[in-house]
Design a protein around this ligand. Structure first.
Ligand code: FE2
Length: 340
């Protein structure tokens, strides 16, 4: 491969990494955005971003770079994913307090910055590809760039409206933000609705939908928080909850997933509101080593450790020790770290 082509592949790989991490960021933004025109834009943007990632990936394949180049741009992925994680933490704050409008506006401003970066990226790719005579890539870049420009324009148009909502809420004290109309709540509802259908297939689809929704960081916690607020004792993951002492309950908390912790937290706050319990839950709440971790069996986790780097293994070890502390998982992390 010549140097020209290498450069094109490098730029396309960077663009691909950006599109992929934007997919995750958009998912978590949708989870905290109430229904309305801005959320519709985010949903369109998510579809479009997935299509962009596919188109860039196909071009990379044609150029002879499938998997390798795609994972090569670790720095880009991590910085944008870092942003995604910060955003993903938000649904919980929303359930607990106010400021939803402000956060949605902030996300929209970030989205503009992210679009501008993509426009610049594809502009550079187009010019580079033209100069090295790669017409196919130049055409692809121009077409995606036009999508990004349209998207930036649409998001910009929403900013005044979103700002008005902040003024109404934070200055006039008239919050319209309602967590039950956000994407997270809709995902929960959608899963619930499908589950009501009777065929076995529908039930398994519902489970999958719910699991899929939970793969978005923050959604699981928001889901638990919403469920707990309306839960009766029988729905809780700890049996005979109301009869147990605070000590008995706190001793059972480490076995719970983040979603169940959120559920118990919400239930406890609404009822007896014992600070020993809510305090312990606060200390146990946090990011799973990766979204969906809590729902994995020990065997799944052990299998995933094979492909994990040392930092990730250490993260699993710390989280696992503080939570379920499964012997098999702990031993596997020892083995992985010892063989490093
Ligand atoms: Fe894009």
């Amino acid at each position: 491969m010549n140097a020209d082509q290498q450069k094109v592949i490098q730029y396309l790989s960077e663009a691909h990494a950006h599109e992929q991490s934007l997919t995750r960021v958009l998912q978590s933004q949708i989870a905290m955005t109430p229904r309305g025109s801005y959320r519709t834009i985010l949903e369109t943007h998510l579809d479009e971003t997935r299509r962009h990632a596919d188109r860039v990936e196909r071009r990379l394949r044609t150029l002879g770079q499938g998997g390798n180049a795609i994972t090569a741009v670790v720095g880009v992925v991590q910085s944008v994913v870092g942003q995604g994680v910060a955003i993903a933490k938000t649904p919980l704050d929303l359930v607990r307090g106010s400021g939803g409008e402000e956060k949605v506006l902030k996300n929209a401003k970030d989205a503009c910055a992210s679009e501008a970066l993509e426009i610049a990226t594809y502009t550079a790719i187009e010019r580079l590809a033209e100069q090295v005579g790669d017409d196919e890539t130049a055409k692809l870049a121009a077409s995606i760039r036009a999508d990004e420009e349209r998207m930036l324009e649409r998001v910009l148009k929403e900013i005044p409206k979103l700002t008005t909502a902040v003024v109404r809420a934070d200055i006039r004290g008239n919050s319209s933000y309602d967590v039950t109309t956000t994407g997270a709540a809709d995902a929960v509802r959608e899963a619930g609705n499908i589950a009501k259908q009777t065929t076995r297939k529908a039930v398994s689809t519902a489970k999958r939908t719910s699991r899929q929704a939970r793969k978005v960081p923050g959604v699981a916690q928001a889901e638990g928080q919403i469920k707990g607020a309306v839960a009766s004792e029988g729905d809780l993951p700890i049996a005979r909850y109301d009869e147990l002492t605070a000590d008995e309950i706190t001793s059972k908390l480490t076995a719970l997933s983040q979603i169940d912790l959120a559920k118990v937290d919400s239930y406890e706050r609404k009822n007896q509101n014992r600070s020993t319990i809510t305090g312990r839950i606060t200390s146990l709440r946090g990011n799973e080593p990766w979204a969906g971790y809590d729902e994995l069996t020990a065997a799944d986790v052990i299998a995933a450790l094979d492909a994990a780097d040392d930092d990730r293994v250490q993260e699993v070890r710390n989280y696992e020790r503080a939570h379920k502390n499964r012997v098999g998982v702990m031993k596997a992390t020892d083995r992985e770290l010892a063989s490093a």
